[in-house]
Design a protein around this ligand. Sequence first.
Ligand code: CTP
Ligand code: MG
Length: 231
Amino acid sequence: MSSHIEDRDVPQHRDVAVLVPAAGQGLRLGGGVPKALRELAGQPLLVHACARLAQAPSVALIVVAAPADQVDAVRELLPDATVVPGGATRQQSVANALAAVPAGIDIVLVHDAARALTPPELVESVAAAVRAGHDAVIPVLPVVDTVKRVDATGAVLETVDRAALRVVQTPQGFRRGVLAKAHAEAASEHTDDAGMVERLGLPVYCVPGSDHALKITRPLDLAIAAALLSL
Ligand code: CTP
Ligand code: MG
């Protein structure tokens, strides 16, 4: 991915809303506060994430789904964002944020607050792919480890061909109507939004992801993120 945003990729006007699910508890990271409010280099992860989203030339609006008891605190942290209460699951949090997107915005990205260091260039490249006609777009990375399928006892069943596998990141980008239909028709919980679009039988398109878009999940990830900031 290029390290800067090319003029030809920048839209005529800001035409994208980004939904930021940020209402999780962060149980794997620990620390006793919701993960989005955990600090990295003196700022909450959510503030890092939204600052980078706001630097993307396409982004017109950021809608944050905050922990229900932190809505006022998050509004103070992010005066330029729309802040709504999140739900019991990531999927519900995204649905709550989607409901707050005003009419007239036709491209919607969904971006985990936990991917706090995602570069604006990746946001722009996902938005550009939707604008170019792909109704659902995901950033992906190749799998670096060997992957095996195992059974419940820990016995190996097979080695999977990793060349055909990808690790999936956010932001994921959608034509608004496709994301709305996916949420309206979802019968079960999904860990990402593109998975719901796949269930509709609609195509999902991949663009190259970024190592900087790692999801801060466990304590080691926070240390990696701190190291990335100091590069
Ligand atoms: N999320 C959300 N609402 C929920 C659960 C998760 O908005 N009910 C958000 C998280 O805040 C995070 C993103 O979805 O930005 C990805 O979830 P994950 O990394 O699993 O975060 P947590 O659920 O907070 O972490 P954990 O699963 O370790 O508790
Ligand atoms: Mg979670």
